[in-house]
Design a protein around this ligand. Structure first.
Ligand code: TMP
Length: 226
């Protein structure tokens, strides 16, 4: 653990814009690590807890397009605070591997870089409310807004009405989000690894494993995985 030493587990986050394939990678990683014998909690933000599920509906609904950026940030932080304190920290303290589909870097990319909420506001609230827990490793699945929009449009044809208010945002918004994630990785190159997401899922997964394998704790059976 970087900033808060809470136990022997590992905290992995997956980040990236809409349509970057985070959920597919999370699913593959969850299965792979469980097959190796690791206790794994695969979770997400927003919505990794019951309270978070309710908050997710409010913050992502396209009925709430008039939500101001500060309200949006506070909802994500409420979700994160509940998630970290009731689920992530207890799991890490028990030695589990936690994989979270999005975490605080999403607030930095979306609410700071794209929506313009000042960084010191985010930092203050994250530290004071959510405890400032820093992941051990973060994978940013990087994709151009053009490619991502094509993937999302395909889904919206087969499932009309499925788009969230974020997916309906202009391309300029998604460009800012992408630049935000790239900026985060430039500032924390040891923790945040950028993986090009316009590749086949197996290739992306291979690149994630190359980076992750040396960080894995021994399995409960006492075997190492490296
Ligand atoms: P997803 O579950 O499909 O990834 O969607 C979550 C949406 O919420 C996505 O558009 C990104 C957005 N989001 C933020 O704007 N800030 C945050 O802190 C988080 C966790 C997500």
């Amino acid at each position: 653990m970087n900033s808060v030493d809470i136990g022997t587990g590992l905290f992995i986050t997956l980040e990236g814009g809409e349509g970057s394939g985070k959920t597919t990678q999370g699913e593959m990683l969850n299965r792979y690590l469980q097959d190796l014998g690791h206790p794994v909690v695969w979770t997400k933000e927003p919505g990794g807890t019951d309270i978070g599920q309710a908050l997710r509906k409010v913050v992502m609904s396209n009925r709430h397009r008039d939500m101001v950026p500060e309200t949006e940030l506070l909802i994500y932080l409420a979700d994160r605070t509940q998630h970290v304190k009731s689920k992530i920290i207890p799991a890490i303290a028990e030695g589990k591997i936690v994989i979270s589909d999005r975490y605080h870097d999403s607030s930095v990319a979306y609410q700071h870089f794209a929506r313009g909420v000042p960084m010191d506001t985010l930092d203050f609230l994250f530290q004071r409310l959510a405890g400032g827990l820093v992941p051990d490793i973060t994978f940013v699945l990087d994709i151009s807004p053009e490619t991502a929009m094509k993937r999302i449009e395909k889904r919206s044809i087969s499932d009309p009405g499925s788009l969230s208010k974020f997916e309906e945002e202009a391309r300029s918004f998604h460009r800012k989000v992408r630049q935000g994630f790239l900026d985060i990785s430039r500032k924390a190159p040891g923790r945040v690894k950028v993986i090009p997401a316009d590749q086949a899922p197996d290739k992306i997964f291979g690149q994630i494993l190359d980076i992750l394998t040396p960080l894995l704790p021994p399995t409960t059976s006492g075997d190492t995985n490296s």
